[in-house]
Design a protein around this ligand. Structure first.
Ligand code: MG
Length: 157
């Protein structure tokens, strides 16, 4: 099993990508890539389960190649890395922390997109959306954060 956590600052006039889905919002996430906090947490969870370091090691934000990069690519490549190493994702659970907009209506499409990125059945992906109850940077609407856990199992031979 592996755990991933990510947080990005929010700023006006930027796109807000969550799980590969563009979410209509006045503010978007600041980052070197497309700043997709959910996919970054998922990548870290898979890498953690594989004992393979973290997203910064595989996709360093000092590398111009990843400027504006589509994080779905990171997720697809990381899932492929797991399979190449003999592991199959069993299920994934994530919590996205964002004060606004409310994400509930977007959760089904986000889960679908994440499942596609990882080549998983949709029912193996659960995404929860929560606010931070007005507390800290997330609650003040200045950041978006995400926790993710993933379970991997040995692939059948
Ligand atoms: Mg990130």
């Amino acid at each position: 099993m592996g755990h991933g956590y990510d947080i990005h600052r929010l700023a006006e006039g930027l796109p807000l990508m969550i799980g590969g889905v563009p979410v209509p919002s006045e503010q978007g996430a600041v980052g070197h890539s497309d700043a997709d906090v959910l996919l970054h947490a998922i990548v870290d969870a898979i890498l953690g389960a594989l004992n393979a370091g973290d997203i910064g090691r595989h996709y360093p934000d000092t590398d111009p190649a990843w400027r504006g990069a589509d994080s779905a690519r990171f997720a697809r490549e990381t899932a492929a890395r797991a399979r190449d190493a003999g592991w199959e994702p069993v299920n994934l659970d994530a919590t996205v922390l964002l004060e606004r907009p409310k994400l509930a209506e977007h959760v089904p499409s986000i889960e679908q997109r994440v499942a596609e990125c990882l080549d998983l059945e949709a029912e193996r992906v659960n995404v929860k959306a929560a606010t931070n109850e007005g507390l800290d940077a997330v609650g003040e609407g200045r950041a978006i954060a995400c926790h993710a856990v993933v379970l991997l199992a040995r692939r059948h031979r």
